[in-house]
Design a protein around this ligand. Structure first.
Ligand SMILES: [Zn+2]
Length: 259
């Protein structure tokens, strides 16, 4: 019995302090994101900076980030386009953002691009990955103590050892998804975009998830209320600027596989 009491007090004491200990700092998020992005670029076909899909992505990003007076420090954003049929986009901790040509090809307006981008920027600036990581660490920490592993988890060692899978695949919580939608909505409207683009592109992503493209759905969970929430906000908002038509080139037929 004494043994059990010791285990319980240890787990309570440590999980109470884990909040501060296990959430990566802003600096650490930037470093982790850069490391994972560099690794990712080595393994994917990244479009050149002069490609119109890249310049368009950067132009829309600039317009969104200009809504912050400080350019949204301390985050270090970068914007890349991956040549791939995958209908997906994601942001890594600290700022690197990747869009797939498969998603860009499905967009009919710049407002749709702004919507996904704004949603991803909120994940970065609200540190959603770091909170998801902290929560996953809390769970495994308590479990470790209960199993009497007895080894102190060292924060610095843990960060160095964070596998890329954990950086790329840790799903956001529904609470964070709603926050990314709502603050993304605010960001895109502040930048002068029409938020009905958010409804359109989320419908596209939802349809893709059903058709066997699970990438976006697996890290951005949707309990079915997200599109309704955005639609309700669009309806309440009154008059918005017209959607900005966008026609980006399809995948380059000259591109050889494995280039
Ligand atoms: Zn999301």
């Amino acid at each position: 019995m004494r043994h059990l009491a010791l285990v319980l007090s240890l787990s309570v004491g440590l999980s109470a302090s884990a909040d501060a200990d296990f959430k990566p700092s802003q600096r650490q998020q930037v470093e982790l994101g850069k490391r994972a992005a560099a690794d990712f670029r080595k393994h994917e076909k990244i479009l050149p900076k002069t490609d119109i899909r890249v310049t368009t992505l950067k132009r829309v990003a600039r317009r969104l980030l200009d809504t912050f007076s400080d350019g949204d420090k301390p985050w270090e954003y970068s914007f890349d386009v991956v040549e791939s049929k995958e209908v997906n986009a994601f942001a890594l901790p600290g700022g690197p953002v990747f869009f797939y040509t498969g998603l860009l090809e499905k967009m009919k307006s710049e407002d749709e691009l702004a919507a996904v981008l704004a949603h991803e920027l909120v994940h970065v600036r609200k540190e959603h990955w770091a909170y998801a990581y902290r929560d996953s660490m809390n769970r495994s920490l308590v479990l470790n103590i209960l199993l009497m592993v007895g080894k102190a988890n060292d924060n610095a060692a843990n960060l160095a050892g964070i596998a890329n899978e954990l950086i790329f695949e840790l799903p956001f919580s529904r609470k964070h998804e709603i926050e990314a939608d709502n603050l993304g909505f605010d960001m895109m409207t502040a930048a002068g975009y029409n938020p009905s683009g958010m409804v359109k592109v989320f419908q596209t992503l939802k349809a893709e998830a059903k058709g066997g493209g699970p990438e976006w759905a697996s890290t951005h969970p949707d309990d079915g209320r997200r599109i309704k929430n955005i639609e309700a906000r669009v309806a309440k908002g009154g008059k918005y600027p017209a959607l900005i038509p966008m026609e980006l080139p399809k995948a380059d037929p000259k591109t050889k596989k494995g280039d």
